[in-house]
Design a protein around this ligand. Structure first.
Ligand SMILES: [Zn+2]
Length: 305
């Protein structure tokens, strides 16, 4: 049995059909982890959807009503860049419930891994860039409200800036947001995170790890989080269709190892979420996410929580 639980729901699929966002990747990753015997069925736990009350901890009431009722404006749909459906709305509520469960499991046992989530472009009052509800913000606000933790840090390593997360937590000094991303990429407007690491086009493994390690260590030295949410985007990969960085499989694994080990050595629990991944071959995206799970397993086996 794995030293941590994998959080998954078969309705995570956003049902987008032939879209650049491979929303079947959640199921594909689940299936890969079973097929390779990395995980057994008992390693998985199924989350309930986040309640409206939980969503309201990070979102405006008007936006929650729009998502629940499906009464979105043309502008809302344009910004989301994905079609609205009941299944899509349910999938986002499940992603929020999944990241919350991963955070709760992390607080108990060191790591919680959501095979979904990372919808960092969702703002309090609207969605953007394939993200309708911000599971990261909902989960953090809920465990804070429960009194399980006070201070949280988001380490967002998706190739795109974590604009929604940065905006939601702006002025909230209980949450430190770190985003490392390709500067010349979506979103064009980047509301400031607590720490933004802007990378030039084409940055590869060594510069990426070096810049991330410096910023991350400095952040940990001044802000002592009781929970870390690791947004383990697969899109800094050199074969990504929406990314312009040049990380390899090995570089991405080194990134995972650095982020996770720095936190776990300090006894900071880590909730891991997937975020983006648009490799020309979807198999590569799945490999990158599966590798993140393998790195987490190896670290926890070496030094149990
Ligand atoms: Zn991305």
């Amino acid at each position: 049995m794995l030293p941590f639980r994998l959080v998954y729901h078969e309705e995570y699929d956003l049902n987008l059909g032939d879209h650049v966002f491979p929303s079947k990747k959640f199921k594909w990753l689940h299936d890969r982890l079973i097929r390779t015997r990395f995980a057994a069925p008992e390693d998985f736990v199924t989350p309930p959807p986040a309640s409206s009350e939980d969503l309201l901890l990070a979102h405006d009431a008007e936006w929650v009503v729009k998502i629940k009722s499906g009464v979105l404006s043309y502008q809302d749909i344009l910004r989301l860049e994905i079609p609205y459906s009941r299944q899509m709305a349910q999938a986002f509520c499940l992603a929020c419930g999944g990241t919350l469960l991963a955070a709760q499991l992390a607080i108990e046992s060191g790591v919680g891994f959501n095979i979904g989530g990372g919808f960092h472009h969702a703002f309090a009052d609207h969605g953007e860039g394939f993200c309708a509800l911000n599971d990261i913000a909902v989960a953090i606000r809920r465990v804070q409200r429960d009194g399980a933790i006070r201070r949280a840090m988001v380490v967002d390593c998706d190739v795109h800036h974590g604009n929604g997360t940065a905006a939601i937590f702006a002025g909230d000094f209980s949450v430190f947001t770190l985003s490392i991303h390709q500067f010349n990429n979506y979103p064009s407007e980047k509301p400031p995170s607590s720490l933004d690491i802007h990378l030039e086009d084409g940055v590869g493994d060594s510069e990426y790890i070096h810049r991330l390690e410096n910023g991350y260590r400095a952040a940990l030295a001044m802000f002592h989080p009781e929970l870390l949410v690791y947004v383990a985007g697969a899109d800094p990969y050199y074969e990504d269709q929406l990314g312009g960085l040049s990380l390899t499989f090995d570089g991405l694994m080194e990134r995972d190892r650095m982020v996770l080990s720095e936190a776990l050595h300090r006894r900071i629990p880590v909730a891991i979420v997937l975020a983006g991944g648009y490799a020309r071959s979807a198999e590569d995206t799945i490999t990158i996410h599966a590798n993140t799970a393998a790195v987490a397993r190896d670290l926890l086996q070496k030094s149990p929580w």
